[in-house]
Ligand binder design. Structure first.
Ligand SMILES: Nc1nc2c(ncn2[C@@H]2O[C@H](COP(=O)(O)OP(=O)(O)O)[C@@H](O)[C@H]2O)c(=O)[nH]1
Ligand SMILES: [Mg+2]
Length: 195
């Protein structure tokens, strides 16, 4: 995928702020600090368009990035950040469920998982929601560079098992540090937006 254009469009808090040009959307979910912003930056080959932050949990909106006037990458707020209030947590849940339930342009959801850790309760909950709403999903197992290559297979199996990944959903090994998985993920995204 040749990136000719990539820009930040909007931090949407309410559905009426979501873009209305009907371009296909690829959304990204995962816990705070899992590496979502880094993954977006790697996909679009910009060092800092999606803000990578040392203050997790700050984003409580859907951040829209438009790529090649062809597709939106939609960054969800990270979940699982301890300092987020209960009210915020409920609002997050409502916003995400409403989006998943009724967002017509959504073609594919990326669920980002840290290769080092077993998927959390919230990761499992998110995957269950996605399957409940019948959203095509790709599980991206990132930070591959953080463990030895010899352990990749074992950890990917553990992620698949814990999430009970549907065999129709793809699982991609990724590293924003090394660029592993970038081409494969673009292939999957392109296929999803072509249908
Ligand atoms: N080694 C390594 N570090 C990563 C990778 N992806 C993200 N990080 C680091 O993990 C931290 C959180 O990343 P960020 O993209 O802000 O996570 P987000 O909260 O999910 O958006 C940052 O310090 C990143 O540099 C990766 O693939 N490999
Ligand atoms: Mg982020």
């Amino acid at each position: 995928m040749k990136i000719t254009q990539a820009e930040f469009v909007i931090s949407a808090v309410k559905p009426h702020q979501y873009p209305e040009d009907a371009l296909p959307e690829i959304a990204l979910a995962g816990r705070s600090n899992v590496g979502k912003s880094s993954l977006i930056n790697k996909l679009i080959l910009r060092k800092n368009l999606a803000r990578t932050s040392s203050q997790p949990g700050k984003t409580q909106q859907l951040n829209y990035y438009r790529v090649n006037d062809q597709v939106y990458l939609v960054d969800f707020p990270g979940y699982g950040y301890a300092k987020v209030s209960k009210t915020q947590r409920v609002l997050f849940g409502e916003m995400i469920e409403r989006y998943l339930q009724g967002r017509e342009p959504l073609k594919l959801q990326l669920l980002i998982i840290d290769i080092r850790h077993e998927p959390s309760e919230q990761d499992q909950q998110m995957y269950k929601w996605l399957k409940h709403y019948e959203i095509p999903t790709c599980v991206v197992v990132t930070k591959a560079d953080k463990i030895p290559k010899s352990k990749w297979d074992k950890h990917i199996k553990m992620v698949k098992k814990t999430l009970e990944v549907d065999p129709r959903d793809s699982v991609v090994l990724f590293s924003s540090e090394l660029g592993i998985g970038r081409e494969q993920l673009w292939d999957i995204i392109n296929e999803a937006i072509a249908t």
